[in-house]
Write a protein that binds this ligand. Structure first.
Ligand SMILES: Cc1cc2nc3c(=O)[nH]c(=O)nc-3n(C[C@H](O)[C@H](O)[C@H](O)COP(=O)(O)OP(=O)(O)OC[C@H]3O[C@@H](n4cnc5c(N)ncnc54)[C@H](O)[C@@H]3O)c2cc1C
Length: 295
């Protein structure tokens, strides 16, 4: 549909058959925007792992869109991680989002596996030695909750890039200034790889508010106000959510950002609406470009 939009979409493996059908429908709908890739999250625990692997391979086999598989360090030895990565590579999948991951138990701290990668930077280093992968890593415009401070967080990010990460996808955020300041600071510490903002269109404010608390994303007061009184009206929440995401993307575009990663939550509607608006704007901009002057 449009080769100008530089976008990617994230999905997670569905819990059941119906969820999988919805996911597949969403993927097909969003493919119309010719994403650069779609990514599949990776859950800790045996069953979750298999579902991620299954979905990564299914997208690779049945869709024309390139797929990126996420991998996390949690509860896995280096050998186990490497064997999944090599299997993907043998299937023609060379894009990996390399992550530390989180412990599932609430209030439990991350502890590396005895024979595992100690963190994402260590995994990037290992995977780069293993094969010709394009590696993406996570960045945090508002600092990772486990990091002591912003400086330490940026040092960790720089280390991931020094180990060979090719691109950074950020945690979601709602304040464009936070992303832009983060981008400036990352450049100032010598990070030269692309930093792709993670965009989460809000489909259910209460749910996203809780989620934001866990991952350290601030909900600005004005966002809170926009959803005020809509608690029981989920359909209007979605419209407001798409509109906020669209404004955010446009503000970032105005600052030179030209690549976006959408957290779809396995639903296409909101990301679709935002992309549709962006395409309409691109067409408008092209039409309004001044014609050559002949004097
Ligand atoms: C784009 C994106 C995609 C994601 N996809 C997934 C996914 O598919 N599955 C999933 O489970 N999670 C996913 N996450 C969440 C991610 O796993 C968590 O944010 C996790 O807490 C940190 O992962 P990281 O790769 O950023 O860690 P790292 O960059 O390795 O570390 C982040 C911080 O953790 C601390 N830390 C690092 N190593 C250690 C250590 N050895 N001991 C103690 N503390 C340490 C440091 O403070 C460091 O700054 C994703 C996040 C993003 C932004």
């Amino acid at each position: 549909m449009n080769k100008d939009l530089n976008i990617s979409f994230e999905f997670f493996p569905a819990k059941d058959e119906l969820g999988h059908e919805n996911l597949w429908l969403s993927l097909k709908k969003l493919e119309q925007f010719s994403p650069k890739f779609v990514s599949v999250t990776f859950g800790a625990g045996g069953g979750e792992r298999d579902k991620s692997d299954f979905l990564v391979k299914k997208i690779n086999n049945k869709s024309n869109t390139p797929v990126a598989g996420h991998l996390t360090c949690v509860d896995m030895s280096k050998d186990e991680i490497n064997s999944i990565a090599l299997d993907w590579l043998n299937n023609g999948i060379n894009r990996i989002v390399a992550l530390r991951g989180d412990v599932r138990k609430i209030n439990s701290k991350y502890v590396p596996h005895k024979k595992g990668y100690i963190n994402a930077a260590d995994m990037v280093n290992g995977l780069k030695k293993l094969g010709n992968f394009e590696i993406l890593v996570a960045g945090y415009p508002e600092k990772h909750p486990d990091s002591e401070n912003e400086i330490k967080d940026l040092e960790n990010l720089k280390n991931k890039v020094d180990q060979g990460a090719d691109k950074i996808i950020t945690q979601f955020f709602f304040n464009d200034e936070k992303f832009l300041r983060f981008r400036d600071k990352a450049i100032a510490v010598g990070i030269k790889v692309p930093i792709i903002p993670g965009i989460l269109p809000i489909d259910n404010f209460e749910k996203i508010k809780n989620f934001s608390k866990k991952c350290g994303t601030t909900i600005p007061n004005w966002v809170e106000q926009e959803f005020n009184g809509l608690e029981k009206d989920n359909e209007i929440q979605k419209i407001v959510g798409a509109s906020i995401a669209c404004d955010l993307v446009k503000k970032l575009q105005a600052e030179g950002v030209n690549e976006f990663h959408f957290y779809t939550l396995n639903k296409y509607e909101l990301s679709y609406a935002v992309c549709k608006r962006l395409i309409a704007d691109k067409i408008k901009i092209k039409k309004n470009q001044p014609k050559e002057l002949h004097v």
